[in-house]
Write a protein that binds this ligand. Sequence first.
Ligand SMILES: NC(=O)c1ccc[n+]([C@@H]2O[C@H](COP(=O)([O-])OP(=O)(O)OC[C@H]3O[C@@H](n4cnc5c(N)ncnc54)[C@H](O)[C@@H]3O)[C@@H](O)[C@H]2O)c1
Ligand SMILES: O=C(O)C[C@H](O)C(=O)O
Length: 336
Amino acid sequence: MFSTQRVIRLAARSFSTAVPLQSKVAVLGAAGGIGQPLSLLLKANPRVTDLGLYDIHNTPGVAADVGHVNTLSNVAGYTAKDTDGLKKALAGAELVVIPAGVPRKPGMTRDDLFNTNASIVRDLAQACAEVCPKAKLLIISNPVNSTVPIATEVFKKAGVYDPKRIFGVTTLDLLRASRFVGDKLGRIADVPVVGGHAGITIIPLFSQVEGLELSKEERDALTYRVQFGGDEVVKAKDGAGSATLSMAFAGARFADSLLRAAAGEDVLEWAFIRTDLYKSEGVEFFSTYVKLDKDGVKEVLPLPATISEYEKDLVKDAIAELKKSEAKGTAFVAGN
Ligand SMILES: NC(=O)c1ccc[n+]([C@@H]2O[C@H](COP(=O)([O-])OP(=O)(O)OC[C@H]3O[C@@H](n4cnc5c(N)ncnc54)[C@H](O)[C@@H]3O)[C@@H](O)[C@H]2O)c1
Ligand SMILES: O=C(O)C[C@H](O)C(=O)O
């Protein structure tokens, strides 16, 4: 039998254990399929000292429930009915994680969510720009390839934009790539995944995994599975939504990476950020290797020179699609 303390220690073991800073994390969409398990994982992270949970409904229940987990952080839950509920959840936040919005049903693309989620992300980003402009924004709401440009435009309009602090969370693609080759490798290895977060814009770089040898058929099948891993879950859930538990795990990992970087550790992650890497080809947002520090992105690294010809072709195809999604997000905020 595990004692409660041991269970908490085990839950926290996948995170780092030092507790050097006051770190408030706000979760917007905290009562949802991702928001609830993500809030639980953040509560188990000893680096988090305060959790501000916000949703349009049900957040007090989530906060009361998660708040009984015996780590030392404080938890407060607010809804749209509370006076200044959103502002209270955001006040003093170092990180704001945004999984608010509708998920896909079978047969839909992530872009089909644009009409609903674009305005949700715009309005929440506006509140962040007003209340906690220095916070790092972790955007989970789909379509990420458009919602990150949307948040960026909102911050620019508010005069508080810093590209180092706005991230599209693509960590779930990294988990999938790592897990899917795990059986072949007999171990869990990191697999870089670059590009964006929708179908062919998701590019796993299997060429970068030491000791991994794939036939052409295996490579094609694995690449497809990572690119369309989200559809696998949507289909299996059969109308009840998309990935929530694995996404919560992914979001908690990315949040922990930023908190560790804020505490002075050197951290390398992969995230969808603004970069000049493909600007000459008309794309300003791309998921690539990022070194993190206390301010967010310390350095954006290009793709390794050793990626395969196959992967280079995937990048070309992704750029054409990323360009459209980016333009759609930017035009939405501009009102075009
Ligand atoms: N980036 C990724 O890898 C990734 C992975 C999985 C899901 N997603 C996306 O995350 C989003 C959420 O998915 P889910 O399964 O948690 O959906 P969900 O419907 O279970 O939860 C979404 C929550 O957002 C809340 N919400 C809606 N409008 C809001 C607003 N204006 N302010 C605050 N909260 C609001 C809802 O009340 C709900 O509780 C979807 O857009 C989905 O496509 C992204
Ligand atoms: O597939 C989805 O719609 C949700 C998410 O983007 C995922 O990759 O699981």
